[in-house]
Write a protein that binds this ligand. Structure first.
Ligand code: ADP
Ligand code: MG
Length: 302
């Protein structure tokens, strides 16, 4: 008797599954969707509610114009059925917009930041303000720089000076992001903080940090001149970095609120006294490595 009861219960469950599957298939588009999966009906009927969920996400994707408009449960993914032997497995597959975004963001792996705001990786030459004419020669220089770099002509970097908030960091970061898109490894360093961090790593990874910066294929030393000068930072850090980069023709960029003359006098005066010769030597190296340009403009910081 128990066996018969079990059999009856099984049959009625099966009937229920078939009913709900048939119900769902009264929606012609759903029927088309499940037909397109190429899975046998006796398997499909066991998964009606999951299939309905996946159909809903499939429809969302069909009408979707961008990642920002995604209506699916997990943004950028589609709940998708796949037959595996006699069962259906559901998984979240990246949608085409997600795949595209991943491709577009791949360049970020070629960017190393030291204490720079993460948003700097979004800086783009396409977005650079053109209302301000002082940017035009700089953009022109970038184009020449890229052409020369691509044909191994060892172009000089830029020493970009100008007022606070005029967009110096943004502009150089935009160029370096373009280079990163061409798979060139670029490092952007907020120089005053890099010095502090280097100083506190004497017992740990000092030489790794130092070498990484020194040897980076393309380097931005951001806000040079804003640090507290010491003989150590001038003669043991900046000097050797610049020397190495000069000898190895490694493109080096600087931003600074100071002109080269102002930087020279700032470098000359350290807590240990005045040394004009050593300051001069640094400036000579910067001149070997860069072309100086100025960005004057209103303060863009909010
Ligand atoms: P600086 O380095 O000269 O002090 P920043 O590059 O930090 O100036 O720019 C100041 C602010 O203006 C930042 O918040 C930066 O993101 C923004 N900014 C500068 N140029 C642009 C640009 N072309 N498009 C969008 N934001 C910009
Ligand atoms: Mg800056």
């Amino acid at each position: 008797m128990k066996n018969i009861n079990n059999l009856v219960e099984k049959k009625s469950n099966e009937l229920e599954l078939i009913h709900s599957y048939q119900d769902a298939c009264s929606n012609k588009d759903f029927k088309k969707y499940v037909d397109s999966l190429g899975i046998e009906e006796q398997i499909l009927i066991k998964y009606t509610s999951s299939l309905e969920d996946s159909y809903m996400e499939y429809t969302n994707c069909k009408n979707c114009k961008s990642l920002a408009c995604c209506k699916n449960k997990v943004i950028g993914y589609r709940y998708t059925p796949e037959k595996e032997k006699n069962i259906i497995k559901f998984s979240y597959l990246a949608c085409k917009w997600n795949v595209l975004a991943q491709k577009e963001n791949a360049y970020k792996e070629n960017l190393e930041l030291f204490d720079m705001p993460l948003e700097i990786k979004e800086a783009s030459l396409k977005e650079v303000y053109t209302d301000d004419k002082s940017r035009i020669p700089i953009i022109k220089y970038f184009k020449e720089f890229m052409d020369k770099y691509n044909s191994n002509q060892n172009p000089k970097g830029l020493y970009l000076t100008g007022s606070f908030g005029s967009g110096k960091t943004y502009l150089i970061a935009a160029l370096l992001n373009e280079m990163a898109k061409k798979k060139i490894q670029c490092t952007l360093v907020y120089y005053p903080e890099f010095l502090r961090s280097l100083k506190s790593s004497f017992q740990t990874d000092y030489s790794e940090k130092f070498d990484f910066i020194k040897k980076s294929p393309v380097l931005l030393l951001d806000d040079i001149g804003a640090e507290n000068e010491s003989n150590w930072s001038r003669d043991e850090v900046l000097g050797p970095i610049l020397q190495y980069r000069m000898q190895n023709h490694l493109p080096t960029f600087f931003t600074s609120n100071l002109t080269l003359e102002e930087l020279e006098s700032s470098l000359a005066t350290t807590s240990s006294g005045v040394d004009k010769v050593k300051a001069r030597r640094i400036i000579e190296r910067i001149k070997q490595l860069t072309v100086t340009m100025e960005l004057i403009g209103k303060n863009r910081r909010n």
